[in-house]
Each structure stands twice: as C-alpha cells, then as structure tokens.
Design a protein around this ligand. Sequence first.
Ligand SMILES: Cc1cc2nc3c(=O)[nH]c(=O)nc-3n(C[C@H](O)[C@H](O)[C@H](O)COP(=O)(O)OP(=O)(O)OC[C@H]3O[C@@H](n4cnc5c(N)ncnc54)[C@H](O)[C@@H]3O)c2cc1C
Length: 475
Amino acid sequence: MINLPRRTMLKAGGAALASAASFQPLWAAQDPDVVVLGAGLAGLNAALLLEQFGLRVRVLEASTRMGGRLHTLDDVPGRPEAGGSQVGAAYARVVSTAQQLGLKLETSARSPLLRDESMVYFINGKRLTRDEWSRSPDNPFPTALRGMPPDRALGRLAGISPLKNISGWADPVNFRYDVPVSGELKAQGLANAALHLLEVNNGYGETLADTSLLNLYYVQTNIGEIVKIKGPVQNIVGGNQRLPEAMAKALKGDVRLNSRATAVDVGAKGVTVECADGTRHRARFVVCALPLPAMRNVRFSPGLPDRHAEAVQQLAYGQVTQFHLEVLKPFWESEGVSPYLWSDGPIERIFPQDAKGNGNAECLTVWINGAGTASWDVLGDADAQQRLMSELARIYPSSLGAVRLARRVAWQQSPLTGGAWANWRPGQISRYAQALGVPHGRLHFAGEHTGRAIRGMEAAMESGERAATEILGLL
Ligand SMILES: Cc1cc2nc3c(=O)[nH]c(=O)nc-3n(C[C@H](O)[C@H](O)[C@H](O)COP(=O)(O)OP(=O)(O)OC[C@H]3O[C@@H](n4cnc5c(N)ncnc54)[C@H](O)[C@@H]3O)c2cc1C
C-alpha cells in the first residue's frame, strides 16, 4: 500500500518489531498509540499504514457512517454518488488499496445521454441544442468556445497553465498567479454577457473576482497529470463508499462512530482528545484528518500557529447542492432530447445517472454550484421540491409527474464537512498552502486540503500516507 523510503521503512519496521518489547504505553494499557480524527479516506489510510507498522490505532468519526465525502446513496435508485465519484487512472493509492482489500473497480460506463453533442442548453429562458447554442446570436464567446458549456470555457480562457508540474501550485515562484481570474478575463476584452455566464456553475469560486487564477492552473495541471497515465475513469463496484467501509473493516483497532472530537490537548508526552459524548482518548500522537470547516468546532490547546488557525477560519470550501430525482418515466424521450443539462437558471446542471451506459437513467442528479446554492439552501424540503419541479417543467414540460425527489444533499450545510472541497480564493494559496500540513507537536494533519501532488480522493490518500510517515519517522 505504501512506497516508503527504505530508511524510513527500516526505522519504522524496526520500531514495529520492537513494539511488543519496548513500547511502554504512556497512559494505560488500553490506550492506543495513535488516535485518528475522521474516517474519510485520509484518516483511514493513515490508520491502516500506522497499523501496518505495528502501532495501535483508534479512529474517531463524528457521523454514523464511514467515508465522509465519499457517500454512495444506496437507497436511491441507480445508487448515485453524492460525493467523490470518478477514480482517475492516476489514482494509484485509491486503486491499489481497493484491490488489496478485495474490491473490484469497473470502467465508468459512457452513457449516450452524457455525450457533449446531446447536452441541452437552457440559457436566457430558451432551450437549445448544442448546435443551436453555438450559432446563437446570444452566445457571447469567441468562436473556439461557442460549442461548449461556459464552465468548461472558463478553464480554456484562463490560458495554458505555467506550472511545470502539479507541485508547482504551492511553489512561491508561482504565487504571482494567485490573483482573481476576473482581471485576466477582462484584459482579454470578454463581453459582460460572457463574464456573467462564466460565473454561473463556477465550481472554483462564487464570483470570478473570488476565483484564483493559480487555483485554476492547479486544476488544469492536475487534469493534465491524470490524463498522462493512460487508462479509463473508474468507479468501485457497488459504490465508492465501499472503499472506506472496507478500509475500516481491515483495521484491527476500533473505529468509533458517533464520536465527535470537540477538544484536542497536545502535551509534551501525549495528546488527549475529548469527544462530545464525554469520552476522553489518550495517545502518543493524533492525526487530525478533518476538513477545515469541521476544525472550526474543535478547540486546540495550545492553539494552532497563527497561519494555520487563520486558514481554519478563512479557507473557502466549494458549495454544492444536489437533488437526486428518481425517474418514474423517461420524460425526455417523448421530447427527443437528453436530460443532460447546462442552464443559467436556478437548476444549473443535470447529470443523468446511467451506470450501465445503456441510456436508461434511473436517477437524475441536479447539481448546483457556488453562489447558486444559496437560494435553494434557504428553502425547506416542501418548498424546494415545489420550486424544483416547476423549474424542471419550464425546461422539460413533460417532466411533470415523471420524477420524484429521492434525496437532497447540500455539502456546505453539514458542519462535518462545511463544503465539497478546498476552494482556494485569490491570495489563499500563497498565504496558507505551506502552513496546513505542518505538525503541531504530537498533532499531525491530513485531509484532501493538505495534499500536495494531486487533488480529490487521491490527495486524501496521499495526505494520510504523509501523516503516517511523519509519525513513523519519529519512532
Ligand atoms: C460533490 C463532490 C464530488 C466530488 N467528486 C470527486 C471526484 O469525482 N473525484 C475525486 O477524486 N474527488 C472528488 N471529490 C473529493 C473527494 O471526495 C474528497 O477530496 C475526499 O473524499 C476527502 O477525503 P478526506 O478524508 O480528506 O475528508 P472527508 O471525507 O471529509 O473525511 C473527514 C471525516 O471527518 C469527520 N469529522 C468531521 N468533524 C469531526 C469531528 N469533530 N470528530 C470526528 N470526526 C469528524 C467527517 O464526518 C468525515 O467522515 C468530490 C467531493 C464532493 C463533495
């Protein structure tokens, strides 16, 4: 599972072998060596690696399930993923851990409903095919970008990434790009109508003024690295959440659900964690694998260093609200179109969930990004459902009565995640990127936001590996 430098392996392996003889538990025999906070991929990967090297580990997870931002909606037809869905060919740690735990991966099906040429555009209140949109007088984009959804055009308009490799995003030499992308776009003389459309569905900031050019380069370079490794996009058979579940099952130590850490006291000889249920957990080291917004609800003593503490409060997380609709009748067929949608209205995008790739979507996922989430998140379920159905019927008149709301997910509303992913605003990479993974005494940090070499699920795995290696290196 891990490719540690030989010296570290020997050192850590030696410590592990010697553990029975020389590890004097600091507090009590039943205390673990390491407490890990958070049973997402980062925390679980750290826990597995630490156990592999002979340490006793306990994982504390606040919610009632494993996986955090991996969340397969098992009770919704078609089992859509509410969180991380695509396993890239370059996700070596995700793929090898899944395989070692006996899980199967399958190539994600290519649905005929999800072809670019099938996408329906609903812009300025008009429904258009891709061809119609590309020829429309309302289309404000330069010729090369007229036939693609505006959110994809944003990446192209930002220009070719100057980062030599993925690690370059955190290199001070590139901090001059940590500025609002709006400046770059205005310098290109883009029309206001184009700027407006680029702001809808923007997954990297609420406005273009709070979208960092460097963050866009980071995303672009990440995609470039992923596609260098040839291979299909995959998913885990039965749902991606099966991976954290299998990781938790493979641990010898316990994973305690419903255990929300509220305080972490870091001492010279050990760390004590307090949970909301009144339990206390003592260990030699702690790995904090919590998203930054979740860390806002934990008291650290002594307090985190200034930059880290500031990042916990300030770092932006992407807002994503989803509505998963069960398909009672494939209404789009009678209209001769696909339910795959890009819109500048309140329903921003729809992704048909057609896992078998045969054109029979059992579920449609309405996906709203960034600023557009606010007007939905203030509504109660009944009002949200009513608005959703009437907005959908404006675009697809025959959808009335043909779908049922099965599940609503708003990542930014959960205090345990606080958003979908770290969404560095202008100035935040330069200010915080270096500070986030640095240990605070016996407290080590993991989580997607501390990943260096790639983003998403693989970043979470990489960060757990780094935190475990740091601890092993201290033994
Ligand atoms: C909508 C969406 C789509 C995505 N798509 C992709 C994709 O296609 N490909 C990709 O690679 N990545 C994708 N990602 C990102 C990927 O899912 C995450 O980067 C990754 O799962 C994060 O793992 P983590 O361990 O860092 O954090 P998390 O999974 O968030 O784990 C943190 C855990 O800590 C727990 N916790 C919080 N507070 C406490 C506390 N006080 N005490 C104890 N436990 C606590 C939480 O409940 C959670 O289980 C997506 C994410 C989202 C939300």
